[in-house]
Ligand binder design. Structure first.
Ligand code: LLP
Length: 387
């Protein structure tokens, strides 16, 4: 994946740093717009996955909308070329200040997660003399078969409105004059690699829609969320997720009225593969059963392994020899969970060798923190390698 020249260039840059290949992002976006375009689907980029300006500007140029989860994300989206009429705003805990930001900018839709939230949006819209578009985020109770920290569509999760609460919500909506129910919203989890899970979601959405049709409610928009997974083990073989198969599932299994439009909120599958965290070996330390490769990136730069036991491919870009050794690759942070991989079979490494931690474009830099008073890693982009 990395050319010799690129590795030479990496050697001259202080580590750790995030490196983004905007060509990969561009190809991914081209594939998304082509495949979603086939069916007239509307894709909103889930800004939480990566909110760097360069990345956002490229995504907005390709005509995607955004899925925001905070007032600041809405402002960032507007600053980087997205239009407010394509912004959806989700989140279980929208504050008054954030709702007002959405109202002031006339965003496309608030994805609402509870009756108390709906009441507040109505009140704030009333104060501004506006009518807010809302979608009900409904908990479809579909199991995403992914890590429990990133499963969101089950009744036990904090997200969404449960089916048995719908009657109450629909009745309440009749008295809210400053709200316009335009959609239904679903999101069941993230890093979903088994497409049959999305088929189950479609079947469930059809059932829920029937419930609404029985009450003579046909919403204009059906938002099925995000969640498409990427290949963390073999990034080079699957640099671009199978968007063709993904969108086809929804086309084949969602039963819609002719006037209804389908929306998606994709984060990870858009940006994960364009990013790598480049780090340097500080020490190789002998252990009892394995040797430790201690690198200068840690859970401060990439939290996913520590938080979700996530595996990112560890790719040595320079090494001493092809002799394969068993290593635990760990960071410098004072936590045992600061580990990028255990018992990895890697070529022989020594101090100053360079390693790429792959598939870190999504939920990498955005989740970084300054624990141990660490400074933020720098960011470089392919093309001009500008900071
Ligand atoms: N829509 C909603 C309502 C969401 O909550 C999320 C992600 C998305 C869309 C985008 O999902 P994606 O297409 O990226 O799977 N930090 C975790 C992932 C958290 C996902 C949160 N919600 C990780 O590093 O795996």
């Amino acid at each position: 994946m990395f050319s010799k020249e690129k590795v030479e260039q990496f050697k001259t840059i202080p580590t750790p740093f995030y490196y983004y290949d905007l060509n990969v992002l561009e190809s991914t976006l081209a594939e998304i717009t082509k495949e979603a375009g086939t069916y007239g689907f509307d894709v909103h980029y889930a800004l939480k996955a990566n909110s760097n300006n360069e990345i956002l500007e490229l995504i907005s140029k390709h005509g995607l909308g955004t899925d925001c989860v905070s007032g600041n994300e809405i402002l960032k989206a507007l600053d980087t070329g997205f239009t407010s009429d394509d912004i959806v705003f989700a989140g279980v805990g929208k504050t008054d200040e954030e709702i007002n930001i959405g109202l002031e900018h006339d965003i496309f839709c608030f994805n609402c997660e509870s009756l108390p939230e709906i009441e507040v949006i109505n009140e704030l819209a009333q104060q501004k003399g506006k009518v807010a578009n809302i979608a009900l985020r409904i908990n479809p109770n579909v199991n995403a078969n992914t890590h429990h920290y990133i499963t969101t569509g089950l009744e036990e999760n904090k997200f969404g409105i449960n089916i048995w609460e719908l009657e109450e919500v629909i009745n309440a909506l009749e008295s809210f004059e400053n709200l316009n129910l335009v959609g239904l919203h679903f999101h069941i989890g993230s890093q979903i690699t088994d497409l049959t899970v999305f088929k189950s979601l479609c079947v469930r959405v059809n059932e829920i829609q029937e419930w609404f049709y029985d009450r003579n409610i046909i919403v204009e928009h059906v938002n099925v969320g995000g969640g498409l997974g990427v290949d963390y083990e073999n990034p080079d073989e699957n640099l671009i997720a199978d968007f063709k198969a993904y969108f086809k599932v929804f086309n084949d299994f969602l039963e819609l009225k002719p006037t209804q439009k389908v929306h998606f909120e994709l984060g990870r599958a858009v940006v994960a593969q364009c990013g790598s965290l480049i780090t340097k070996v500080i020490y190789v330390k002998k252990g009892v059963n394995t040797n430790f490769v201690i690198v200068d990136a840690g859970m401060t730069e990439l939290l996913r392994p520590a938080l979700y036991q996530a595996l990112h491919k560890i790719e040595p870009l320079t090494f001493v020899s092809d002799n394969i050794n068993r290593y635990d690759v760990v960071g410098p942070i004072c936590e045992s969970s600061d580990c990028f991989g255990k018992s990895l079979m890697l070529p022989e490494l020594e101090r100053n060798n360079i390693i790429a931690i792959r598939t870190t474009g999504a939920y990498g830099e955005v989740m970084a923190n300054n624990y141990n008073l660490r400074r933020n890693a720098a960011t470089y982009y392919e093309k001009e390698m500008i900071k």
